[in-house]
Ligand binder design. Structure first.
Ligand SMILES: Cc1cc2nc3c(=O)[nH]c(=O)nc-3n(C[C@H](O)[C@H](O)[C@H](O)COP(=O)(O)O)c2cc1C
Length: 237
């Protein structure tokens, strides 16, 4: 999938009062955590972080997608000093060595998420010689199955470097993809594009598929495959 979404069109109040209320109520009903995802500058995080924390979220993810990497430490510290809930740094594949970046901010965060969409990218409608997307220059960000090998490598690169947990995201389509992320060092996964394409019910199918795969391969628990590839290479015990 290619997308040109830059920022949300809802105001912070619309998010906090309406959208978060819906999400938090559902999370409480089902006994699962509710995470907020925000960005981008240190000032933004100082302002928005305490507001989403006060709304009752269990953790906050902050994205570095549009951030100058030289401001990374300053940004992580700004959020760390503004909220008490666990914080997760969401890393982007086009910012250099992600293991290096993760190590720099590890003291300030509780975990990492890899990866955001890749790009920018461009597609042209050749019949009209016009861009397929409506952004300036037609640029957009790539997600879904094509970025999975990049995401798997990124999770591996971060997981081998840091001690804190890594959330894997990028191109998950099947249950086997989830297993692959866990083997690369993830201890949680997120899913975006495949849900946009197949609908919300697909979460349940994916979760069941993971259980079935583990049963079929003689594993009692997903923790048994977590970091298996790192262990195989002797990079983690
Ligand atoms: C339409 C769309 C909008 C997105 N908006 C955001 C965003 O606002 N912040 C963010 O951190 N990631 C955003 N992403 C990236 C996803 O969270 C995810 O990191 C990426 O799409 C890779 O996962 P996937 O292949 O499962 O979609 C967006 C992705 C899509 C497809």
């Amino acid at each position: 999938m290619l997308n040109t979404e830059l920022w949300t069109e809802l105001t912070p109040e619309e998010w906090l009062d309406r959208e978060y209320a819906i999400g938090l109520a559902a999370a409480r009903e089902h006994g699962v955590p509710f995470l907020a995802s925000i960005g981008y500058t240190p000032d933004d995080l100082r302002e928005i972080g305490p507001k989403v924390e006060a709304a009752g979220v269990d953790a906050i993810e902050f994205s570095i997608h549009y951030l100058d990497p030289t401001r990374l430490v300053e940004t992580a510290r700004a959020l760390r000093e503004s909220v008490k809930v666990p914080i997760i740094a969401k890393l982007t594949p086009h910012k250099g060595d992600l293991g290096e970046l993760a190590a720099m901010i590890e003291p300030y965060v509780d975990g990492f998420a890899c990866i955001n969409s890749y790009g920018p990218t461009l597609r042209i409608d050749v019949d009209r010689a016009e861009p397929l997307l409506g952004s300036s220059l037609g640029y957009g960000w790539l997600s879904g199955a094509p970025i999975r090998p990049l995401a798997i490598r990124s999770v591996f690169e971060v997981a081998r470097r840091v001690q804190k947990p890594v959330v894997g995201i990028g191109g998950i389509v099947t249950a086997k993809d989830v297993i692959e992320f866990f083997m690369a060092g993830a201890s949680l996964v997120q899913v975006c594009t495949v849900i946009l394409l197949r609908g919300q019910d697909y979460y349940t199918k994916l979760a069941k598929g993971v259980s079935d795969w583990l049963d079929a391969h003689g594993y009692e628990d997903i923790s048994q495959v977590q970091g298996l590839y790192l262990k195989r290479l002797g990079l983690k015990v």
